[in-house]
Ligand binder design. Structure first.
Ligand SMILES: CC(C)(COP(=O)(O)OP(=O)(O)OC[C@H]1O[C@@H](n2cnc3c(N)ncnc32)[C@H](O)[C@@H]1OP(=O)(O)O)[C@@H](O)C(=O)NCCC(=O)NCCS
Length: 155
């Protein structure tokens, strides 16, 4: 289905507010269902942050087939770095170099800001992402447990 797609045919560009509906669709395939309206609200907030970047991969037809969200992190315990906090490529278009291009473009953004390191946390169940990041030169440094706690409104 996808072998005809060559790198050339894919454009990487920054996201705009009117991309929200398609970003929401792709997010749902990742297991994070979200309405177009909620995504639009989130995207608007993120696009307003100078410390964040949202890039899209777009076919010549205009179809968006992937997105990545990177953030500059200012941490007390380490040097400033860029963390990839969201990345998805449409399942029908994987294996064509799109994920690589999205990550490399985010690395360029980070380098231009003077950041010296990339970071990403990948769910252990996302098996395809592990060889993907390794192919791109990322090395596993630790395995973590993720904790959450719901905050209930006080009466
Ligand atoms: C991970 C993901 C973004 C990869 O996107 P993609 O466009 O298919 O990746 P690419 O085609 O750019 O692959 C880049 C390299 O990774 C390798 N790779 C990608 N998927 C792989 C897989 N499932 N198994 C082994 N290697 C893989 C490719 O072989 C390629 O290496 P090469 O060019 O040196 O041969 C995509 O599979 C995806 O969206 N998965 C679901 C969401 C997810 O896991 N996101 C990451 C959350 S942290």
């Amino acid at each position: 289905v996808t072998s005809h797609i060559r790198d050339r045919a894919i454009t990487i560009r920054t996201a705009r507010l009117d991309d929200a509906a398609r970003l929401a669709e792709l997010s749902a395939t990742l297991g994070y269902p979200v309405s177009a309206e909620v995504m639009a609200t989130r995207l608007k907030a993120v696009l307003a942050q100078s410390s964040a970047v949202v890039l899209l991969a777009e076919l010549a037809s205009g179809l968006v087939i992937g997105w990545i969200h990177g953030v500059e992190q200012e941490l007390l315990e380490s040097d400033r770095r860029c963390e990839i906090v969201g990345l998805v490529v449409d399942a029908e278009y994987r294996g064509n170099g799109t994920g690589r291009r999205l990550v490399l473009a985010t690395e360029e953004w980070a380098r231009a800001r003077g950041l010296g390191q990339m970071a990403v946390r990948s769910n252990v169940v996302r098996l395809e992402s592990h060889p993907f990041y390794e192919r791109l030169g990322y090395r596993k440094v630790k395995t973590q447990h993720a904790y959450r706690k719901a905050l209930l409104a006080t009466a």
